[in-house]
Design a protein around this ligand. Structure first.
Ligand code: GLT
Ligand code: MN
Ligand code: MN
Length: 413
């Protein structure tokens, strides 16, 4: 086989992308509330045992690329764009002004800001460490991120507590750490109320994001359900301002059914923001692009969200694989991610409107003839044949996913 010269490789990738078809126009993509995180596009492929595979890229190039692709929203950590030592200084104001200009020029809006409380050495003991000065610094950081969010026009603030936990047990009192963590969230909400009033804007939606492990061995708030309990614990001064940013993969990582976790958040009225990606159960936070691993589960998730009127952002919190080049990040990785999401979202609409699923669901709810009394055997018999519809509905969902409902069949000659 002939080798493909280096200068022919990008053209080959682009030609095969074209040949794949099935992509949406940037204008169509902009109709969905999809956000692209700065850190996803800037990710260089590094990890504990992995050197970077791609060069660095700043926010100006990323916002421009998002604008071209039709990713209408952008999200960032404070330190993705502001060096730690410039936070809260005039340098921050200068950078924020450059970000505002880049957003405006490319027709992209900032939807969310998040505070990095895990990367820098100051967070080695977590954002709610014993030393009062670390906790005061954490409050400064979240207040500053809230103010930056208002400057940039964001409506959401996300908090991933990162290292709120430990490697070795017994050194900290968990109840104390959780109270201290609540102090930081309270400081963010209180500052938000002041800034929003001064700027005549709505307060932000403050969204807690759980991850069951990584970077610590044990995490104090490992799941979205734990976050719900934290919000309702009485520790927060403004619990109505605080909800969730579940991440699809983070729920899979502890072995949950993401759809069921999302349903619990919906019932609590706390599904504010949603990080979309994919990966494997009970494994590492691999942040694979949405729909590449579990497309059927994703279809089901979107059916749930569509049928309950979720209208928050879908944040592409994934990491383009290390094997993808920087050219590939914007040529293949982001557009295919967005387009799979849109396709699955539209398919979810087909599921909701599907007459077979509708009739089967209605029939299950109508139930069989009333058996009368509390005769368990008779009640079971009365519904026996209807319950087969559960499997029929599951088959129909797969048919819709694979296009088989449009009559696609395979035959062996
Ligand atoms: C980190 C984490 C993500 C969070 C980011 C927000 S930081 O990359 O793994 O899931 O959404 O702070
Ligand atoms: Mn996330
Ligand atoms: Mn993740």
């Amino acid at each position: 086989m002939n080798p493909i010269s280096e200068n022919q490789q990008q053209a080959l990738v682009s030609r095969l992308m074209q040949a794949c078809g099935g992509s949406y126009s940037p204008a169509t993509r902009r109709k969905y509330f999809i956000s692209g995180p700065q850190w996803a596009a800037a990710y260089q492929g590094q990890a504990l045992f992995h050197a970077p595979t791609r060069p660095e890229l700043g926010f100006e190039a990323i916002i421009r690329k998002f604008g071209e692709l039709g990713i209408g929203h952008w999200a960032t950590h404070d330190t993705d764009v502001i060096p730690t030592d410039a936070l809260g200084t005039d340098r921050q104001a200068e950078i924020v002004a450059r970000i505002q200009a880049a957003l405006k020029q490319n027709g992209v809006a900032c939807s969310m800001v998040t505070t990095e409380t895990f990367f820098h050495a100051v967070w080695a003991g977590g954002p709610a460490a014993e030393a009062a000065e670390v906790r005061e610094y954490a409050r400064f950081r979240v207040r500053n991120a809230v103010a930056m969010g208002h400057e940039l026009g964001a409506s959401y603030a996300v908090y991933w507590p990162g290292s709120l936990g430990y490697y070795v047990q017994g050194a900290i009192d968990e109840t104390e750490s959780l109270r201290w963590y609540a102090d930081a969230i309270n400081a963010a909400c209180e500052h938000d109320i002041e800034v929003a009033r001064a700027k005549n804007r709505n307060t932000l939606k403050h969204c807690l994001e759980a991850k069951p492990f990584e970077p610590q061995a044990e995490i104090l708030l490992p799941t979205s359900d734990a976050m719900l309990a934290f919000i309702a614990s009485g520790l927060l001064t403004h619990p109505q301002m605080v909800g969730l940013n579940p991440e699809y993969l983070h729920e899979l990582m502890w072995g949950a059914a993401p759809r069921a976790a999302l349903a619990r958040a919906l019932l609590a009225g706390k599904l504010f923001h949603f990080d979309v990606n994919d990966g494997y159960r009970l494994k590492h936070d691999v942040d694979i692009g949405v729909g590449l691993v579990n497309p059927l589960d994703w279809l089901n998730v979107l059916v749930l969200l569509r049928s309950h009127g979720y209208n928050g952002p879908f944040n592409l919190d994934y990491k383009p694989p290390r094997t993808t080049s920087q050219f590939g990040v914007f040529e293949v990785s982001f557009p295919t991610c967005v387009d799979r999401f849109i396709t699955l979202w539209e398919m979810a609409g087909e599921v909701i409107a599907d007459p077979i699923i509708k009739e089967a669901t209605d029939a299950l709810k109508r139930g069989g003839p009333v058996a009368g009394g509390h005769d368990a055997d008779a009640i079971a018999r009365a519904n026996r044949e209807l319950l087969t519809l559960h499997e029929l509905i599951a088959h129909r969902l797969v048919q819709i996913l694979l296009g088989l409902h449009r009559g696609r069949t395979f035959s062996i000659a």
